[in-house]
Design a protein around this ligand. Structure first.
Ligand code: THU
Length: 137
């Protein structure tokens, strides 16, 4: 059950579509946009930023998380991710989201605005390893 309204979901997908147009992806040509809704209602967008030395590149989802965390925002309600084909967040991005908001709602859409999946991160990253594992060591 979506924790956000239809209007907010549409807004996040539109913001992710716009962010995707900023993608710097000259190597893969696979453009990704993300719009991350913080607990307080602020939205942080992100795009993938590739690099000639490929491991130095960063995904759209993590760009958005890094922007938010660098501004002191650590808890999130939802993230919309937009690609050309409806691809889902990679494993590293799932793990990064899990660090801050294991229950975040994930909306996967295509660049034409069609929403393909909506699900909690716990469905994408079951039995996750997270901060709680290190709390009492
Ligand atoms: N990419 C993302 O931005 N997010 C993902 O979750 C999957 C992959 C980017 C990384 C790279 O720039 C391009 O898509 C192809 O892998």
């Amino acid at each position: 059950m979506s924790p956000i309204s239809d209007a907010l979901r549409t807004q996040l997908v539109e913001q992710a579509i716009a962010a995707r147009l900023q993608a710097y992806a000259p190597y893969s040509r696979y453009l990704v946009g993300a719009a991350l809704l913080a607990e307080g209602g602020q939205v942080f967008t992100g795009c993938n930023v590739e690099n000639a030395a490929s491991p130095a590149g960063i995904c759209a989802e993590r760009t958005a998380v890094v922007k938010a965390v660098s501004e002191g925002v650590h808890t999130f309600q939802a993230i919309a991710v937009v690609t050309g084909d409806g691809g889902t967040p990679c494993g590293i991005c799932r793990q990064t989201l899990n660090e801050f908001s294991p229950d975040i709602w994930v909306i996967i859409a295509r660049a034409d605005g069609e929403i393909l999946y909506e699900l909690p991160l716990t469905d994408l990253l079951p039995r996750s390893f997270g901060p709680a594992n290190l709390r009492d060591v």
